[in-house]
Write a protein that binds this ligand. Structure first.
Ligand SMILES: [Fe+2]
Length: 298
């Protein structure tokens, strides 16, 4: 009597998937079944050797061992393989003219302090002074008053405050603003600098072995939210930043890149208590009405 359910090279994935019990949650079955199928196809395609399998196991082991309370090497791995950005993209497709989303990133770990419109969030004095202005509207073009605009960014050396608690002032370069009656927001800051993701672990080794740099182009993070609208988690990218075309986590979307223009206007600089010249950027945010993001995947 033939034992057709036995493992073979041809039927390997099918045999594993068939081993899932009847009570398996349907979504779990779908996800694991697909994972097994793709994984087996991959092993066959590259004809993985024993030694390469061991290298893979050792790499994943080291990745897990590098994780602790403040370091998540697996998320970093997902980021540099483009998986985080892909998950973000398929789950938050921007509709029509709504502002596109991008990754949250690991540095929104503390609450941004409430700040009044126009406040200067750069508390450490360094960097090129910059005026940020923008307006929050719905997809109908109507201004959204009282929207929260949560902002955080790296300093002129490419570090977030939480990475340098003994060097940077408390909550440096973070602010939670509320739009005015016309949906507008504005604040003073500095132009952020590009920065490397942590590259002293297994993921850094992976980048090095594949000829990749570890840098993210200069950006400011935004979460904009208002009642009755879908919140948007996004970045504003500096168009002349190094690495704008090669973000190590693939977070750049063309619609989120803006010029930080040089402004030579001594009177305006004086009003802003800036040195002249200074930089300025405008970033309008369009929110989707609640329930509008239900389009879905095919
Ligand atoms: Fe960032």
């Amino acid at each position: 009597m033939s034992r057709s359910g036995l493992f073979s090279e041809d039927r390997s994935a099918e045999v594993v998937v068939d081993s899932f019990g009847e009570g398996t949650d349907p979504r779990l079955r779908e996800i694991l079944g697909s994972l097994v199928t793709h994984l087996h196809a991959f092993v066959k395609e590259v004809q993985l050797t024993d030694e390469e399998w061991r290298t893979g196991v050792d790499f994943l082991t080291a990745t897990g061992q590098r994780c602790d309370d403040v370091r998540q090497e697996f998320i970093l791995l997902s980021d540099v393989l483009g998986v985080s950005m892909l998950v973000e993209t398929i789950n938050h497709r921007a509709l029509d003219d709504a502002t596109e989303q991008t990754v949250l990133g690991p540095f929104h770990m503390v609450e941004s302090p409430d700040r009044v419109l126009g406040a200067n969030i750069a508390l450490d004095g360094g960097g090129e002074q910059c005026l940020v202005t923008g307006r929050v509207t719905g997809q109908d073009g109507k201004p959204v008053a009282d929207a929260t605009v949560d902002v955080w960014q790296a300093n002129a050396d490419g570090f977030y405050d939480v990475q340098q608690p003994d060097i940077q002032p408390h909550r440096n370069l973070r602010g939670l603003f509320r739009t005015d009656a016309d949906g507008r927001f504005w604040f003073r800051t500095i132009v952020p600098r590009f920065y490397p993701i942590p590259d002293d672990g297994p993921v850094g080794t992976l980048l090095e072995r594949t000829g990749r740099h570890p840098n993210r182009p200069a950006h400011m993070h935004f979460i904009v939210a208002a009642e009755g609208y879908q919140p948007v988690t996004t970045h504003l990218f500096v168009d002349d930043s190094p690495y704008i075309d090669s973000d190590v986590v693939f977070g750049v979307k063309e619609s989120l890149v803006r010029q930080f223009v040089a402004v030579d206007d001594p009177d305006r600089a004086k009003e802003l208590r800036f040195d002249n010249p200074f930089r300025a950027v405008h970033f309008d945010v369009t929110l989707s009405q609640d329930g509008d993001r239900t389009v879905a995947s095919a």
